[in-house]
Design a binder for this molecule. Structure first.
Ligand SMILES: Cc1cc2nc3c(=O)[nH]c(=O)nc-3n(C[C@H](O)[C@H](O)[C@H](O)COP(=O)(O)O)c2cc1C
Length: 166
């Protein structure tokens, strides 16, 4: 493992590909537990003059519980690899077992924040805002079909540091 610090602008792949097609992991630590979950909805962009990520986490996720207890998290990108492992982390809850142990993915610390050794890019983020999805704002009514009352909490994470696996 050799991670070098880069700027988020140095990532040349499309954010849509990295998140939607390749999937990402969101990793957080609280109460002495580090857990990771797969996300394929989200974004990388700019808000309030800061480079940020946007993640959308349903309230029933263990990750939601952890994110409510910590301001730091990481978002890890795999550039098309590790789909089997990411599939596992998107189907199993950390409430029922350690997903790192189950998949062979390895939790490491970067800037004191849990990240993933096998990732191509680890983005260390600081939670700066959240907003609960309000169905009153659904102009396209079919959006409601994605929910069963479990509207996402949108977390906006300021990008603190970005690391590339060389
Ligand atoms: C490809 C894929 C993408 C997913 N994207 C999201 C997402 O963006 N937001 C979300 O809340 N759940 C998403 N999930 C579901 C969670 O990853 C899944 O419920 C996971 O088991 C939650 O783990 P946790 O309980 O340990 O937090 C996705 C699952 C898969 C397989």
């Amino acid at each position: 493992m050799a991670f070098k610090e880069i700027n988020i602008r140095d990532i040349k792949q499309s954010a849509v590909k990295l998140i939607s097609d390749d999937w990402a992991l969101v990793t957080a630590t609280a109460d002495g537990v580090t857990n990771t979950m797969t996300v394929s909805w989200g974004g990388i962009g700019e808000l309030w003059g800061k480079d940020v990520v946007f993640i959308f986490i349903r309230p029933q996720r263990y990750t939601y519980e952890l994110l409510e207890k910590t301001d730091m998290f990481s978002m890890s990108f795999f550039d098309g690899g590790y789909k089997k492992e990411l599939g596992y982390c998107g189907k199993n809850s950390g409430r029922n077992g350690d997903k790192f142990e189950a998949t062979g993915l390895k939790a490491i610390e970067l800037e004191g924040v849990a990240a993933v050794e096998q990732a191509k890019y680890n983005v260390i983020c600081k939670k700066i805002a959240f907003q609960d999805m309000d169905p009153k704002g659904f102009i396209d009514e079919s959006i409601e079909n994605n929910y069963n009352g479990d509207y996402h909490r949108i977390y906006i994470g300021e990008i603190v540091k970005v690391f590339e696996n060389e």
